[in-house]
Design a protein around this ligand. Structure first.
Ligand SMILES: Nc1ncnc2c1ncn2[C@@H]1O[C@H](COP(=O)(O)OP(=O)(O)OP(=O)(O)O)[C@@H](O)[C@H]1O
Ligand SMILES: Nc1ncnc2c1ncn2[C@@H]1O[C@H](COP(=O)(O)OP(=O)(O)OP(=O)(O)O)[C@@H](O)[C@H]1O
Lengths: 219, 219
């Protein structure tokens, strides 16, 4: 169970706080805007109004008891930079700060944020990935250019076994099928005799090129 | 190869456009702000200045030849709603629109956006997931509450085989290890005799509870 401090309850910060809270972690949600604090009362362990640029206010919140602090005080670069520095000074071991743009992100890195997040940029990359893999909902990178993707089998593969479709180790497609999602069921590590059915989603490991070749959604 | 139209070159839109372009897809990047258009010239197939709320301007761009349009004209709810309606009218088969907040998103759904994106909310959920799974870089959902995660093995498992560690089908941990990332290498579908080494990242399939129990990063 993590102890997480979230400073700044805009769209990004409130989402971090609420998601962690729903998963059973302890979340202290902080904002200098009272209305934003109120909105988070039922979606966090505690929601408190405080000025994040005040070292005294932060110490009073007992922030050094937290594992992680997320600085999501968005547009105000000065606030976000100051809060990031103060939290480290007070002794929070891991500080993640949200950047408005590349320059802001560079500053945050220089002043010691352990991780810098670019929400819009990341979501843009994710959407691009999902659009490129049209029927693919997600992608898990294993190493550069190699990962696991959920792909829609092309019509020609329907009714074939994984072996006949070339989707086995050292098969023609070069992909390894780690799982098949069939309706609400998930079949892990299917064997070579498993027959591909209409509606199946194949969870495949391979290089970007291999995944793109097979995915019926592309081309 | 997809033909994608991106309207609105803020942080989200420019990231969608540039990412798709880098992956070899055809991208037309559009914005009514000339400077933003200039910034995208080397990161898209074509970058054009145009007013997205003008049906004539959109038709002139030949938008009905596109597979997908992404409406990323952010803060201006009216522009984003109007562009979303016009694009469908002109015949773009799939329109994804970015919402500023829940109300904006509801409007976009009602007027027929095929998908609505909430970049800050999604990135917040992702960060929350990554923080909850501290050493875990990513997560691939297979079905509700069940997915594939990259986890760090707890110290007690080091030196044990997957079977000894209970990480095999019907093993004590309930997880299935689909792959092991060792340094830059990725070993797919390892057998039960594979010994877990320090630094290994296990690509494991299981329920949220099962994943949380095993991940050394949690607890
Ligand atoms: N110094 C501060 N102390 C506490 N809270 C702050 C401080 N500065 C800003 N905030 C809060 O941070 C929140 C996020 O800021 P803002 O809305 O400017 O950013 P944003 O980047 O638009 O957010 P998002 O994109 O996540 O919606 C606001 O609710 C604001 O009240
Ligand atoms: N009617 C329009 N036609 C063309 N471009 C538009 C129109 N309205 C807004 N834009 C462009 O959309 C882009 C994104 O808008 P804006 O910066 O308001 O949104 P944002 O939500 O802050 O973006 P992001 O969060 O992605 O950085 C801007 O570059 C703007 O010039």
């Amino acid at each position: 169970k993590r102890q997480v401090l979230v400073i700044g309850l805009g769209r990004f910060g409130s989402s971090v706080a609420a998601t962690l809270f729903d998963r059973g972690h302890d979340v202290l949600a902080v904002d200098h805007n009272e209305r934003r604090v109120q909105e988070m009362v039922s979606r966090s362990t505690h929601a408190v109004q405080a000025e994040a640029t005040s070292e005294a206010a932060l110490r009073e919140l007992g922030v050094k008891n937290f594992d992680v602090a997320v600085v999501a005080a968005g547009h105000d670069v000065q606030s976000s930079v100051l809060a990031t520095v103060l939290l480290q000074r007070i002794g929070v071991p891991y500080v993640v700060s949200r950047a408005q743009d590349e320059v802001h992100g560079l500053i945050l890195e220089k002043i010691g944020a352990h991780a810098v997040v670019y929400p819009e940029k990341e979501s843009g990359e994710r959407l691009a990935h999902n659009l490129a893999y049209r029927e693919v909902m997600d992608y898990l990178e294993l190493s550069a250019g190699f990962g696991v993707s959920k792909i829609t089998p092309p019509p020609a593969m329907l009714g074939k076994t994984l072996e006949e479709a070339g989707l086995v180790a050292r098969g023609t497609m070069g992909l390894t099928i780690l799982a098949i999602k069939r309706g609400a069921q998930v079949m892990l590590t299917p064997d070579r005799f498993e027959r591909i059915q209409p509606g199946d989603i194949l969870v495949a490991a391979g290089t970007d090129e291999q995944l793109e070749k097979v995915d019926a959604a592309l081309g």
